[in-house]
Design a binder for this molecule. Sequence first.
Ligand SMILES: C[S@@+](CC[C@H](N)C(=O)[O-])C[C@H]1O[C@@H](n2cnc3c(N)ncnc32)[C@H](O)[C@@H]1O
Length: 193
Amino acid sequence: MSGVIVDIGTGDGEFVYSVAKEYPDRFVIGIDPHHKGLEKTSARTYRKPAKGGVGNALYVLSNVESLPEEMNGIANQVFINFPWAGLLKGIVLAEDATWNPIKRICKKGAFVDILFGYDQDYEENELERLNLPALSTSYIKNVMSPKLEEQGLKVVEIRSVAGKELRDYPSSWAKKLSFGRNREYYYLRLQTE
Ligand SMILES: C[S@@+](CC[C@H](N)C(=O)[O-])C[C@H]1O[C@@H](n2cnc3c(N)ncnc32)[C@H](O)[C@@H]1O
């Protein structure tokens, strides 16, 4: 499939770089509000191809809540890998302020793929601060999914993913987490109307 892929909360941008390299027929855009983490990968991305650069990737500094209007209706597929802080809260609590801009940048029938998870015991303070519930397949299916469906997002797939399965996934956080404690993450695939 050709088209535009958007990675929201791209962090150090490695996922964008590696998808752009593997699929030269797609255009890949990484979004994150923090420029510091992006410096190294974006410098590599924008080099000449002979020096490791890729001509089909771009990084945009923005938070999810205020995605640029220029991106309206361009995405064939959106990835959100290991969201944290405000991005995580908006996703899990199905907040309009997060989901409306995501829907706005999507084409009709676009896929939105989310890999996420947190640990109720080890990340208690952050979860309390964000007011997040205990996560489980049942929470995603029975609480989160109906809210997303109400917002016009069809739930295509929900499954749990074990930490060690993340080793080959091309994002930096996937790699970090795959070597930590073995804990459960979730994969959720949605499709826009
Ligand atoms: C745990 S990191 C994951 C980074 C990357 N996706 C990966 O898998 O390596 C979470 C990222 O979410 C970003 N983030 C947090 N709040 C955000 C928001 N409101 N909008 C967009 N990105 C946000 C952070 O800046 C951070 O880079």
